[in-house]
Structure formats: structure tokens, C-alpha cells
Design a protein around this ligand. Sequence first.
Ligand SMILES: Cc1ncc(COP(=O)(O)O)c(C=O)c1O
Length: 370
Amino acid sequence: MTNPIGELNPPNRLMMTPGPCSIDPRVYRALAAPIVGHLDPWFRGCMEETQVLMRRIFQTENRVTFPLSASGSGGIEASVLNSLEPGDEAIFCVNGLFSQRMHVIAQHTPATVHLVEAPYGKPIDPEPVRKVAKGRKIKMIGFAHGETSSGVVTAIEPLRQVADECGALLAVDAVASLAGVPLHIDRQRVDICFSGSQKAISAPPGMSPITVSPRAEEVFRTRKTKVQSWYFDLSTAMNFWGKDRLYHHTPPISLIYALREAMRIVLEEGLEARWERHRQNQLALIAGVEAMDLKLLVEKPADRLATVTAVLIPAGQDDAKFATSSSMNSTSKSPEALARSRARSGVSARWVTAARSRLSCSFSRRSKKF
Ligand SMILES: Cc1ncc(COP(=O)(O)O)c(C=O)c1O
């Protein structure tokens, strides 16, 4: 009963999941930096720099661009709740567990929610979305750019086209794609986009970078009813992240430091170089997987999400055992040793993440029921 609890000493894992993934020692150092108050003038400058870096990664000029104090699911919730009011209609495109989450969250709102589905392993086809939108006043179309549960990427442009045809906002889940796969918020005219700090940005989990176009901002501003969440009401959150810097809630200051440093690393590498590295590493992974006679879930190369590669587990294997096998999950090395061995082999953290992605397939099979 009185056993002392020892000092925290977690193992140093090589994280090969799509996220959280292994973190650069520079990001760990940022996490350990002294805390300052969230209204301290110095911290205001740090917030400003964080937003500048985030706009560069989203490739946007959007004023409303900041890290939500929440995981990626908070980004889904904020996008949906800020957009929908009673009487609205929206379409959610579901091709896996995470796009399904957006649909489920939308069902918590008073809006009428339409569902367009594609099978696991396939991107969203814009035609059925167009059919559902026809003759209806659709306020929002939502989908996952990268669907982690099946390793599929859905092209943004065709759904943007449908959203233009029906005058809808386009909301994109980029949790698995931002900083790993080409994404240009302004050029592709995405209205609302959110991500997760723990994936291709490679920061600790707990923050959801979000960006909102001026058009979506205007839709939020002219709502007739209150947003169903105080915490995720983006207009009031912007009192803190906007020019006034007024208290809204106490943000996770250390996570903001870490995210800022991780975004600096992303931009030092360069977005194009990072996208290309993920693409090359996925090709190398696939070559190895196919040489082992294993099959991929996503058949068409153009539909494969570079950050997550879903490999079918051979018949007769117990997928739950496979997914929890410690030899697949990790190795124990210091971050410095990992960085050194990666530099020697030319293999990046994201390649390893992709290698681990075979588990995401078993994950999707086991988690079909939300
Ligand atoms: C595409 C996608 N969307 C949303 C989420 C939810 O993010 P979180 O687990 O950080 O809440 C995830 C998590 O893996 C994801 O991959």
C-alpha cells in the first residue's frame, strides 16, 4: 500500500505509428523551456511566431490560423460545430474511421446530415456527393484528405468543385496529411482545415492546428444561434489568438513551445522536400512489402496516402496479436541514437511511420464500430 511511486522513466520507443511519432531532440528541449504566463508580453510574441509558422505550413494568409488546445478530434468538433446551425444541411463523406467521426460529431448538431460513403481503401468519388447536393441548400461538405484508418488520400479539387456548385463550405481533415502530403489551403480554396500536432509535424500530441478562410469566418460571424460549444467557439477563441490577445482559456504553453520548434524543423527541411521524402520512402516501403508477397489495401498508387501505408495482414494471422506485438511497436534507443542511425541509413522517421502503417489496417478492421 505504501510502495513509493518511482520517478517517471518512460521507455525510449521508436514510434512507427502514423502518430504520435518520434520527436526531434530540439522539440524535447523546447518542451522543457521555462513556463511563462499566457498573457506575458513575451508569450504574445511567441504566439505570433507560432501563427506565422503555421500559416506557412498550411500555405495560407488566413487570419484565423492557430493551434486549438485539443487533439485532432477537437479540430473536427470545432469545424463542424462552428459551421452548423438548426435548419442547415451538410454532407459528410465517409471512407474510414476518422471521416466517420466527422459524420458522428455532425449528428450531435441540430442540422440535417447527409452521408456519402466509399469503401475502405477507396477515395471519395465526387459524383455521389454531387447527386446528394443537387436541389438542396448544402452549408458544408466535410471529408478526410488523408484517411489514416485505410491509408487513402482523397483529392481536394473535385470536392471543391462540388462545394462551389452548391455554395457550401469545404471542411478538410488534414490530421494525417498536413506537412507530409501536398496541401495548399489558399490555392485549393479550402474553407476550414484542421490537423494534429502529433502526426507529420512531429510534435507531441495535444494540439490541433486549424485554419479558417475569410468566407467561413463570415459564415461564423453571421450565425443566428450560439455555437453548441463554448470551448470550441472559434470566434471567442480568436479573442486570444487574434490581435487583442484577451484571455479565453489557459493554453498548454509547453505544447505551444514544442509545436513552434517542430514547425521550424518542418520549414527548415522545406515543405516540398518533406512531401517528396514521404513519397520516396513510401515507394521504398512498398517495394519491400511487395517483395515479401504482401498485398496493399489501396490498389491505385495515386490513391495511396504517403504518410500511411496499409498492408493486408496475411490470412491466418491474428491481427490483434500482430498489432500489439512489441517487436513491431518499438525499439528502445535514445532520440540522439535514433537520429544518428537514421542519418546513417538515410531512413527518416516518417518512413518508419509508414512501415508501421501495416497496423493501421488491422486497426481499421477492429474499430469499424465507432
Ligand atoms: C485523419 C484523422 N482524423 C482525426 C484524428 C483524430 O485525432 P486525435 O486522435 O488526435 O484526436 C486522427 C487520429 O489519428 C486521424 O488520423
